[in-house]
Design a protein around this ligand. Structure first.
Ligand SMILES: Cc1ncc(COP(=O)(O)O)c(C=O)c1O
Length: 401
């Protein structure tokens, strides 16, 4: 009898973390590698946030806190939802966890029974299907292609909803495509959802602040208040404030769900780190200019990548609204031969070729449920990006029929 649970057979390790580790290993072995796999900003956490953490340590805020967040952090989250999203939540409708990841995981464990379905638009963030599977549910993948700007259309949503559907996951701006839903697009989805009262919606808004060209971010519960009683609005400080290592995410939703999620957290990890919570209060309540400043840099890098990728034979890249990813199609290189005679059969072959021939680490679209594409994270220095783009172009030009 295996020591490992059968449940484990349903999931796989995160492919994005695998690429980052492989790039790190190659670098450590002395190879000249540019990692474009990471899902975190390359900027440092702003000083006023670090200072708040240091002050918390000095003040002795180093003990257990309330399981799903200190009153101070819940108040800061409440104020954030009201200020930025026009969403009113009571303090008992707010939960704080160890990263956005824990919020999602708690929600699925708290709600999914064997066989319950979760609609996951593809391309998706790698963890959604596996979290659903781990919680005993079934991901129902709905492909949203480049011609739909990688967004779920109302007709596709309608067609995907069935008697077993419990949740829809909406991630805007998206990892891996950077696509973000306009208010009108959300309204279109809301119309379908209003007809299906058994379907709950998890909106993953973790990239909310990373939008460019004046894009007006909106979240579903704000656009259609009638849905708020069955929406879990998830967010966190990881991406907006360069705080990936601090591990603070939060959610707003109906009391019954929030209470159940807190119960799961109480029997697993208990409270997120007390010091990180104090830092998150400073992030949410403090000056927000940092976001504007980093967005100027991200936007420049996005434009640099889109232009450079569209200049590579065989690649095609749309301009996304937000996040720090682009998701070019590599359909035009499939079937071509590399200089050492290997035929590229898939996006996985293509990213392997990029890594081996030019030392550029990107992630294959297959990992996100939509091929043939690959994901580039531009959360890396502009200099490294310029270098990487030149290498990708060289790699594409070296392919033959
Ligand atoms: C779409 C999406 N949701 C959630 C998360 C998790 O964020 P956190 O670091 O807060 O757990 C990530 C991180 O990569 C993400 O890309």
């Amino acid at each position: 009898m295996s020591v490992l649970a059968k449940r484990l057979g349903r999931i796989k390790p995160s492919p994005t973390i695998a690429v980052t580790s492989k790039a790190r290993e190659l670098k450590a072995a002395g190879k000249d590698v540019i990692g474009l796999g990471a899902g975190e900003p390359d900027f440092d956490t702003p000083d006023h946030i670090k200072e708040a953490a240091i002050a918390a340590i000095r003040a002795g805020d180093t003990k257990y806190t309330a399981v799903d967040g200190t009153p101070a952090l819940k108040k800061a989250v409440q104020a954030k939802f009201q200020r930025e999203n026009n969403l009113a939540y009571g303090l008992d409708e707010i939960t704080v966890g160890t990263g956005g990841k824990q919020i999602l995981y708690n929600a699925f464990v708290a709600t999914l029974d064997e066989g319950d379905e979760v609609i996951v638009p593809a391309p998706y963030w790698v963890s959604y299907p596996d979290m659903v599977l781990l919680a005993g549910g079934e991901p129902k993948i709905v492909e949203c292609g480049q011609n739909e700007r990688f967004k779920l259309r109302p007709e596709a949503l309608e067609a995907a909803i069935g008697p077993k559907t419990k949740w829809l996951i909406l991630n805007s701006p998206s990892n891996p495509t950077g696509a973000a839903y306009t208010k009108e697009e959300l309204k279109g989805l809301a119309e379908v959802l209003l007809k299906h009262p058994q379907v709950w919606v998890l909106t993953d808004d973790i990239y909310e602040h990373l939008v460019y060209d004046g894009f007006d971010f909106a979240t579903l519960a704000q656009v259609e208040p009638r849905l708020q009683p069955r929406v879990l609005t998830m967010n966190g400080v990881s991406k907006s404030y360069s705080m990936t290592g601090w591990r603070i995410g939060y959610g707003g939703g109906p009391k019954q769900l929030i209470k159940a999620m807190a119960m799961i957290q109480s029997q697993s990890t208990s409270n997120p780190a007390s010091i990180s919570q104090a830092a998150a209060v400073a992030a949410l309540d403090g000056p927000q200019d940092y976001i504007k400043e980093s967005n100027v840099v991200f936007r420049e890098r996005r434009d640099l990548c889109v232009a450079a990728l569209n200049d590579c034979p065989g690649l095609n890249c749309t301009t996304p609204e937000g996040a720090f990813y682009v998701y070019p199609s590599c359909a035009g290189v499939i079937g071509k031969k590399t200089p050492d005679g290997k035929t590229l059969e898939s996006d996985e072959d293509f990213v392997t070729y990029l890594l081996e021939a030019e030392g550029v680490a990107a992630v294959q679209g297959a990992a996100f449920g939509l091929s043939p594409h690959f994901r580039i994270s531009y959360a890396t220095s502009t200099e490294a990006l310029n270098d990487a783009m030149a290498r990708i172009k060289r790699a594409c030009e070296a392919l033959t029929d």
